[in-house]
Design a protein around this ligand. Sequence first.
Ligand SMILES: [Fe+2]
Ligand SMILES: [Fe+2]
Length: 306
Amino acid sequence: MPRSTAPTPVPAVAAPAARVHDDLVLAPRDVRFDWARLPLHWVPDEPMATHILNVLHLLLPEGERWFVKAFKEALPLIRDEQLREEVLGFIGQEAIHAEAHQEVLDHLLAQGLDPRPYVRQVAWLFQRVLGEKPGLTPAQARENVIERVAFIAAIEHFTAFLGDWVLNSPGLDRAKADPTMLDLLRWHGAEEVEHRSVAFDLLVHLDPGYLRRVRGMVVSGPLLVHLWVRGVRFLLAADPTLDGRLRPSWREARLIARRGLLPDPVRSVRSGLRYLRRGYHPTQEGSSSQALGYLATSPAARAAAH
Ligand SMILES: [Fe+2]
Ligand SMILES: [Fe+2]
């Protein structure tokens, strides 16, 4: 639930998800994945679905490093010890996510699909356009950090939405998607569901205003769609086995979603709109117990625990 430095009354009804959130202790899991046998089209015979999901690998390393940097800058502004611990746990988890997806990028390159031109654009966006600005006064610097936290809180709504989807996506198993990639996506998705409240609670702690929250989504939602569409076009053009034959379309994306290989685009947009509800809190979406259940059985997370 939203944080405040003032004592808050105990809610009349404590939902199970909220109870998990109250005890939130975020432990980074130092996972390892072996990509040596990953096929280029890791959803067999589904190059379009593979590459729509592969956009995650293009965006997340730079994006999550940017999260980590902004949250480190936000640490001195936090006046709540539990929230501070959660933010530190969040930083630890996101740093590992970024490196796990980076390894997939390296594997794509080794398979003849060079992701670097697109990744350079993403890096420019996060580091130059959305990064810290030199020469600001302390007040301006604080404002700049809170603005980035608002963007991150909105993006974290989508990472939790995607995490919840991938934990409940039997279509990928039916399509015989590569089990190591499925474990990466579900381990990451489960941690996104696990820590889905942290960025939002940090935002409310630093600025409880509704306008800032709306601005975060109004900027981040369309930007994510734009980056995703560009990323799919880029990957389909750069895939050495496709010779530029496949072109993405919303119709095709919906057909793939109907096969259970992607979240439905319309449902994704509706999810973004739910973030704008006045009474929204991330614990209303997804299931912490399901996420923790997956993390207890994930091959990579189990190996990291030993
Ligand atoms: Fe992440
Ligand atoms: Fe996250």
